[in-house]
Ligand binder design. Sequence first.
Ligand code: HEC
Ligand code: HEC
Length: 361
Amino acid sequence: MSKLQGTAARFLSLSSLGRALSACHFCLHACLRTFERTPEHLARGQYLAENLGCFDCHGERDWTKHNAPLIEGTKGAGPADFPLKGFPGRVVPPNITPDQETGAGNWSDDQLARAIREGIGYDGRTLFPFMPYPAFRHICDEDLASVIVYLRSIPPVRKSLPKKEIIIPIKYLIRSVPEPLTVPVSQSDLSTPLKRGEYLVAIAACTECHTPQAKGQPIRGLECSGGFILDGPWGRIASANITPDPSGISCYDEAIFLGAMRTGFVRARKLNQIMSWYNYRYLTDEDLKAIVVYLRALKPVQHRVDKPNPLLHANCAASATARVIRTDFVPVYSLHRKQPAFPCLEIIGNCGLAHSTGIAL
Ligand code: HEC
Ligand code: HEC
């Protein structure tokens, strides 16, 4: 499989099964939805849209800064080309502001709803699954209504963006990704911290970024154990193991997790800005605490992922005695591959975490 196909397969794999859809299907089930513009929907929608990272992709960010701030006037519109490397073509997050000509001003609530949860664009085309609709399908009906009511309220931005261009055959292959939602997604169960955490982790697509892949498929048994590579203006970085294993975040307590999400630092170690702590930082204490309860209930997976911060490694006594310190560090973890796809690297594991918490790994 070519590299490009591999990349596409990776995105395809975000959906568990593919099912072809016909335009008729939608009209039978859901063409007429409109959502009530209530203050409750508006507030909940803002909370979700901003904290679920809609504007990480639908907006231009200054990736040179640790909190990757949104560039003024781009909320909901742009960039013309998403800067993540490795796409099979040009991927363009469309303008979803209420601008009538260049944005979503003329799309119905229902068209937006289908795009967000089911992956079908306003014009009936299949969306490239980098738009995380396989994760968003878990958003319950009320929350979806809220997100849409909020999207209608953001300032319209007049900005034409280029059309996406996905290479053949990927362009056709993605048509099997969307899954129709034929029954209502009932109110999410937030009755216990564990359930609340499960819902938030699902709709925030944490698992998609935190699961390693081989040949474009998530590796079964390594869910949430890190090693997924994100390459762009923020650097080349592997996601972290967030399971409660010593190679993951077993030594996290609630305070470390809240600190990481609120400041972008795990004690002394700075997190790369593609990990969008600057969105999650506005989640309420109740929601963040629920997320950590859920993460700590995950099956521990032993999977050491290199940390990208050479400076910290250089300062880390544990690694200095045992490992060679490299400054040309490429954060790729390869234990799960027999033949690493990249040059072999030192496995320093969670040295940064060990360093900052005093726990030797
Ligand atoms: C990881 C990046 C990413 C995130 C996060 C993201 N989107 Fe998208 N979105 C995209 C891309 C890329 C497309 C275009 C896909 C295509 O054209 O095939 C898209 C398409 C859409 C569309 C379809 C527009 C149309 O053509 O009909 C809507 C609506 C949308 N996104 C809304 C949202 C909302 C709301 C959120 C947050 C809840 C969100 N997106 C989060 C990347 C993202
Ligand atoms: C766009 C991809 C992406 C998404 C979405 C994402 N993460 Fe991350 N996350 C990363 C990357 C990459 C790192 C590694 C950053 C580093 O090492 O500097 C990371 C690091 C972390 C860490 C720090 C672990 C450590 O090394 O101590 C935690 C905790 C974490 N993520 C939790 C989450 C949670 C919870 C969610 C969902 C609410 C989430 N992430 C969503 C990419 C992502």
